[in-house]
Write a protein that binds this ligand. Structure first.
Ligand SMILES: Nc1ncnc2c1ncn2[C@@H]1O[C@H](COP(=O)(O)OP(=O)(O)O)[C@@H](O)[C@H]1O
Ligand SMILES: [Mg+2]
Length: 256
């Protein structure tokens, strides 16, 4: 259902090494939204995803997934990490990368026929099944990114988190990749973070900005002034093609 809340962050604060990295972050994401979060490097985007994944603990605030405490429903999240984090030299095949996600969840060493068929299905979904025997290190950046999406899909997520997925690929590839995301969005909620406004803005349904705190509101007009004020981003990049132009401070949240 469109109005089902799948993610709720309430007054979330995170500190790292004595520095406030997330400050009073409030966010509600409805099912089947495609939320793009843009913001400068160091703005806290990855940290927010890590909060959702339970890898970073806020010192204040609430996190809910599908209406329940995050711990209970974290298995509903799929995660596509920043490509740079993948070790290219590791000798592992495409299908092993995908199936290993299922083994990690089961904490087992053996995979079943079901695991195998789910992995194949996930690879087919991203059009990488023909390359399933290839080594990861032999793929292009774009192909590798699709495999990482398949890896996340193999766990049947309801919500897919993507961290800078097009950072290291050319724009021709990126367009196809966003088309894939739009297809996936028919079945699941997507949250994509990027420092690159132009990459994100024409494909998402909702756009938010993150620079320590989160600036967003559903179905509001974009205010270029706000982007410049909160962010110092070149505004012309997001002038066209944004379905929902969203940029307002959340209630009670000021600037820096
Ligand atoms: N493990 C960590 N230890 C200390 N500081 C961190 C750690 N992870 C992130 N930070 C700091 O938190 C801030 C936000 O980082 P990050 O969430 O990676 O931003 P973004 O993904 O938007 O570039 C940065 O100032 C970064 O240096
Ligand atoms: Mg990051």
């Amino acid at each position: 259902m469109k109005d089902t809340k799948v993610i709720e962050l309430e007054q979330v604060f995170v500190e790292m090494d004595g520095v406030t990295v997330l400050e009073n972050v409030n966010l509600t994401v409805n099912e089947y939204d495609f939320l793009g979060i843009i913001g400068p490097n160091g703005g806290g985007k990855t940290t927010m995803l890590r909060v959702l994944l339970g890898l970073v603990k806020p010192y204040r605030g609430k996190v809910k997934i599908m209406g329940a405490a995050a711990d209970k429903n974290r298995h509903l999240l799929g995660y596509v990490p920043q490509y740079a984090l993948f070790d290219r030299s590791f000798p592992i095949s495409v299908e092993e990368v995908v199936i290993s996600a299922r083994l990690a969840r089961k904490k087992g060493r053996r995979f079943s026929d079901l695991d195998k068929s789910i992995a194949a299905e996930a690879l087919a979904r991203v059009e990488m099944l023909p390359l399933r025997k290839r080594r990861m290190g032999e793929l292009s950046g774009g192909e590798r990114q699709r495999v990482l999406v398949a890896r996340a899909l193999a766990l049947k997520p309801r919500i897919l988190l993507l961290d800078e997925p097009t950072a290291s690929v050319d724009s021709r590839f990126a367009a196809g990749f966003y088309e894939l995301l739009q297809e996936l969005n028919q079945e699941m909620t997507l949250i994509l973070v990027s420092h690159d406004i132009s990459a994100v803005s024409s494909y998402v349904k909702t756009l938010a900005c993150m620079n320590r705190t989160l600036y967003y509101e559903h179905s509001h007009q974009l205010s270029p002034q706000m982007i410049e004020d909160s962010y110092h981003c070149p505004v012309d990049l997001i002038a066209h093609g944004v379905p929902h132009r969203v940029l307002q401070p959340h209630d009670g949240v000021g600037g820096h």
